[in-house]
Design a protein around this ligand. Sequence first.
Ligand code: ASP
Length: 596
Amino acid sequence: MAGQKTDFINEYCSHTHTCGQLRAADVDAEVVLNGWVWHNRDHGGLIFLDVRDRAGYTQCVIDPDCVSADDFSQAEHLGREWVVEVRGTVRARMADAINPNMETGEIEVVASALTVLNASVTPPFSIEDGIETDEITRMKWRYLDIRRPEMMENLMLRHTVAQAMRSSLNSRGFLEIETPILTKSTPEGARDYIVPSRPNPGKFYALPQSPQLLKQMLMVAGLERYYQIARCFRDEDLRADRQPEFTQVDIEMSFVEQDDVMALMEDAMAEVFAAVGAKHTFPLPRMEYSESMNRFGNDRPDTRFGMELVDLTDVVKDCGFKVFSAVAQSGGTVKAINARGAGDWSRGEVEKLADIAAENGAKGMAWIAFTSDGQEKSPIIKFFSDEEFAALKTAVDAAPGDLILFAADTYEVASAVLSALRLHMADALDVKRAGHALLWVVNFPMFKYDEAEKRYAAEHHPFTRMPDEDVDRIESAPLECGSYSYDLIMDGFEIGGGTIRIHEPDLQRRVLQRIGLTDEQIDEKFGYLMEALSLGAPPHGGIALGLDRLVMLLARKDSIRDVIAFPKTSSGSCPMTGAPDAISVKQLKEVNLHGL
Ligand code: ASP
């Protein structure tokens, strides 16, 4: 388990070394190891045990000439995952027995005594890396799953990242302060988890979606620099990179501008990357939100590969293919991506991609295939004049072997469709995405229009500040208001986001009104914020970094569940503890929920 310093765990315990520690220099040392029996083999009267702990594993040899008859007979009956103590002497392995793939592969421990500390029934799955056991089973016996070296490494990596982040912030004068879990709603765009209050019948706490307003209160309190490795709760539909509860490195600073917060975050990230041996150059590139949307179709671009979106609206606006020209002439967008290497896909395979387009709101998906033997295949080519087709080919830089996928819709739908297709095609074509790509996406619009709710909503959250020149547009042209906002993107994931905050009560009220709240609702939900802003709130801003996602990407895993000790399933349950669970009538009565 490279990079993890574990020598110190030999104090205050019964072993002298960890199972990952012994090297050739330790030959002849008298040692005591504690751990789990990983593999055991009987080689003609000699028993070989691999004893494993969190630091690694060591081969132990049980020789009937070196241990008591009782100990030898115990060794013959050991099972996998039994907990043992081995006392013995370190011996150099014969040259042909040295295992270069094993950190302790130069040595073995010849036991003088073996003690069984605990037996184990046969585990429900094997404690090995790369198992294909289904995830629910792994979660039900999570403590066994965590015994697997790759899972243990993930948790150690998480620890290293958290500590590097802490020490980086500590060294810059940040104070680590906890904020309550039982609190009032802090909107981040999801549903709240709610907890009934027994002494206050009919009243509920909300679990924090983030400590957003509480950290703003700490700035009003004058603490100036705050951080917290904070648990956040959002009741939303779960995906691989979402959990009902997740962890943020939450940061807030006073007397700062956008560039200050971003510079701090980059310094902290550089220290985290150094601590885990990951490589990246700093300072990080910045991309405007609008550029990210234009080029990648989303606000969290994976810039490690091309296949960028090409705008064809002008090229096709007079073409004979009415689906395109009608959209182009009515203010919509026609765009495409060039999936190089898919030009020879069968028509059936290509048409299946329309499902992805449909899931993202498209009514259909046009395509043109340029086969590697020089043919052009597509149901739509016949609608183009030679000049139009030539212009289109130039625009998408078409060559034999290419597959062009189109979206013709509103700007938003065309972006969403091609963003999803781009990522899908990169996976399908196994496009290499080496290393890590970090960048900032900046200057999001302040508001978006929520079609479902028929009202404006904040693009980030409604405590975000906008440039002074946009303040007059809050009421008249909300969609034109910019904001002081910045998202930190890594490998196509948003791993952090923050904003400079509004610190004046009047401006805060106008923004809350703009997203549809009445004065009464503002006072009822955010009265304490409004009051604090009127009592000497300093200019302030901050950011929150998703620790789970960051560790997932550094560990090169596909799911945040692999870097969380006890995650939940996609339906929000814990197969190990059985949570969530029914509660008794007595408990329901106590919290005044019985009979509702
Ligand atoms: N509270 C925000 C979030 O959870 C982060 C921030 O603005 O600091 O996304």
